[in-house]
Design a protein around this ligand. Structure first.
Ligand code: HEC
Length: 157
C-alpha cells in the first residue's frame, strides 16, 4: 500500500466515523421511542383484554406480557445516552435532562428497577391465566410506567 492509498483509506475512515457520530444520537432516540411505543402497544392490548367490555384471551395476554418482559430485560438503560435528551428520533425526544443529572440517578435506577420487577412478575402471573390476578399485577405494572414518566418524560415539548 503506497502513501496515496493510505490517505484514501484514512479519509474513508474519518468520513465513516463522522457519519456514524452524526447519526448515532438520532438512532438511539429512535430505538428508545420504538421500544416504548411497542411497550405501549402491548400494554394497551392487555388493558383491552381486561376491560369488562373486551374479550379476555389468555394466549393473547401471555404474548403481550412476554413481550413486555422481554423489552424490560433488553437493557433499555443503554438507550439513556448522555446528550440524547435533545434531538429527534421519530419525533422530538421527550426524555428529560434529569435522566443525566447525578442527583436523580438513584431515582432513575429505582423507577427502572420497579418496572423490571413488575414486568417480570406480570409474565409469571399471565401464564396462570387468572384474570383477577392479572388485573392486579397489570395495575402494579402500570404504576411503574407512571412512576418513570412523571419524573423523566416531558409532558410536551
Ligand atoms: C424508566 C423510565 C420509563 C418507564 C419504566 C416507562 N417509560 Fe414510557 N417513556 C419513557 C421516556 C423517557 C419516554 C420518552 C422517550 C423519547 O421520546 O425519547 C417514554 C415514552 C413512552 C411512549 C411514547 C413512545 C413514542 O412513540 O415516542 C409510550 C407509549 C410509553 N412510554 C409507554 C410506556 C408504558 C406503557 C410503560 C410501562 C409498561 C412505560 N412507558 C414505562 C420512560 C419510561
Amino acid at each position: 500500500m503506497n502513501t496515496k492509498h493510505l490517505i484514501v483509506v484514512f479519509c474513508a475512515i474519518v468520513i465513516a466515523g463522522a457519519v456514524y457520530a452524526e447519526s448515532r444520537p438520532e438512532e438511539i432516540i429512535k430505538s428508545r421511542q420504538a421500544a416504548y411505543a411497542f411497550l405501549g402497544w402491548n400494554s394497551a392490548k392487555i388493558r383491552a383484554a381486561l376491560d369488562p367490555a373486551g374479550t379476555f384471551n389468555k394466549e393473547e395476554v401471555i404474548k403481550s406480557a412476554n413481550a413486555i418482559q422481554a423489552i424490560a430485560n433488553s437493557g433499555l438503560g443503554a438507550l439513556y445516552v448522555k446528550g440524547t435528551d435533545q434531538g429527534t428520533g421519530f419525533h422530538e425526544t421527550k426524555l428529560k435532562s434529569e435522566a443525566f443529572d447525578p442527583a436523580y440517578a438513584s431515582k432513575l435506577a429505582e423507577v427502572a428497577g420497579n418496572f423490571n420487577k413488575e414486568a417480570n412478575t406480570l409474565a409469571v402471573v399471565a401464564a396462570t391465566g387468572n384474570k383477577e390476578a392479572i388485573k392486579d399485577q397489570y395495575s402494579k405494572l402500570s404504576a411503574t410506567c407512571k412512576g418513570c414518566h412523571d419524573n423523566f418524560r416531558a409532558k410536551n415539548n
